[in-house]
Design a protein. Sequence first.
Length: 396
Amino acid sequence: MKSAASNSAHLTRNAAEEMPAGELKRKLLLAESENRALRVKLGLDPTAPDIHLGHTVVLQKLREFQDAGHKVVLIVGDQTARVGDPSGRSETRPVLTGAEILANAQTYEAQAALILDQDPARYELRFNSEWLDMSMDDLLGLVRTTTVAQLLEREDFANRYKSGEPISILELLYPLMQGYDSVAVQSDVELGGTDQTFNILLGRDIQRHYGVPEQAVLTMPILPGIDGVDKMSKTKGNEIAITAAPDEMFGRTMRLPDEAMESWFHLLAVAAPPQGTAPREAKASLAKALVERFHGEEAASAAEAQFNSQFVAHEVPDDVELFSIAADGEQVHLPSVLAEAFGISRSEARRLLEQGGVKVDGAQIAPEALDISCEALEGAIVQIGRRRFKKFKIVR
RNA sequence: GGGGGGAUGUCCGAGUGGUUAAAGGAGACGGGCUGUAAACCCGUUGGCUCUGCCUACGCAGGUUCGAAUCCUGCUCCCCCCA
């Protein structure tokens, strides 16, 4: 095991902020002297089971803690999910049932296993209903730790309060619950994105009120999505799921704007190519490294080859899905066939035709060609747009 | 308890009786350019048996030749005063 000092430097190298300054190092030294592992906490939202690259920034950091001999404590926020977080607008989230939460947690755990070490000595999974399903007496005890003024320090609360937007009591309660999690699991360190800074810091205050040692705080920068602008999230559609197929993962990474590349290399801990590498080459190496991380080296090479063939050389992919059309006449109605084959509406298919977005065996179909002979479609590769393909088969 | 404001297409947001499938923007999609980058240009963006028809502006009724626009009731949301 490396020394606590060098570990500290390694762990903070690509972090956004360490709070209080030097606290992590002190914790590491303390653990070393007591010959024990630090308990490193991460809370997760059981409503979003699909882990994407954005989540992996923190998970990867947790892994580094594990590799340094420490213990990760994942907390599934099942209690909070049962309430339904009304954050943001008035759209209250659907309240999840216990079964759904459990299923989501399992999915999350299975996916996290791709990154985290599941060795029980290095890993612990807890559900916060274990301690948050508390009595009114205990709740009042928790609530007593914090004032409204403290909560209004949080920027988004303050802004909303000032501009007269609603803030639900439930939302105000969230940071308290999250903080109590830290008390309950005796966390030494809590990790999170920079958007969690306030909540994690409040955790320290709450720990102090309960007379337990205060956690060190380590925040990671937020990974931008493939649009290079917004935080990566499923709702924005700018995410890359870690379960995404190799080709998709590679292709979506290639769509990343150049400006966002540096932060991706940095935050996803991918070794950057030498200075002066052409942007396209650099991006390809990033894409390849990511596919390799989640699917292995072989899949990464294959994805790269596939990408070059399809998008650089404009060749038809070789694993095009087969689609059977039932036909009883000599001709078929193209909009209806396209709609069925690609899961779009007929109107949309018509639009694609009108705009020259449909190709049969590489040849663009004229907009007025609404009916097409079965002969022309038999065994043909039909393409809509740049990346959707189907191989047609006529069934009589 | 009192007063006021609001609910429009994927999202934001115009529209206060007729030329409104509904301005504008964002996003998305298609085409061009290209490095499936950015930027830029053009086009599309409810559905269908598509020169037409159907469905749509919180829900349910009503007035009218005609309503997203007016009236009634209902649901939900927000703000202010106390």
